[in-house]
Write a new protein. Sequence first.
Length: 249
Amino acid sequence: MALIHSLEKSGNTLFKYRGQIPVILFILAVPVIFFTDYGWMELDDNYYWMLLAFAAVLSVLGQVIRAIAIGTSNKNTSGRNRSEQVADALNTKGIYSTMRHPLYVGNYFMWIGIVVFTANIWFVIVVSLAFWLYYERIMFAEERFLERKFGQDYLDWSLKVPAFWPSFKNYEMSPISFSMKTILRREYSGVTATMIGFLFVDILRNYMIEDGFILHTYYIILLAVALFISLFLRTLKHHTKILFEEDRS
């Protein structure tokens, strides 16, 4: 098998399982937190809050990037499906005129925030490299699919828009208005998973530091908020028409 076909095949396979990345990060975080020295954090509570603030900003940035991309995207584009590449329209305006893969950029910042919260620089570096190798193959397979489907239109767009790092010199406003309903309908699970990810790291780290489990009140509050958001929006999505959009649902 030619290398180009091998990369495309592996990219399509990884595309199907990209939703499992959070599970892998949760598993890897356990030994990382266990072997990380948190003595410096115990010396001053301000270190903890600065770390939390920085990590949260990264994750929120990721959510915002994803929200902009999803909230102004065409129906049935490649970012919506789970099992295979699908695209009935090519997104080239708005955030897609600054980078070709904003959803994957958003994913990186969303999850790297949780990784940063472990306070282990080597874990951040390893996850960043692994993320790039993983998503590079997915992006390769996706772009091969889009090139075959849209031909010269895709090539003309891809030649002037970077894949991952944004460039605003060719920015074009999206003709599709931003839809908050779309965000609420499609992004609640990611927000919930991110909140649970921060909780998981904090609970496990405190367990290691205190040598025992301490049930802090804010753990219960944050977990309740995360679950409420997920269940409430899931109910609206599946059992009501409140979040339904004729041209986007």
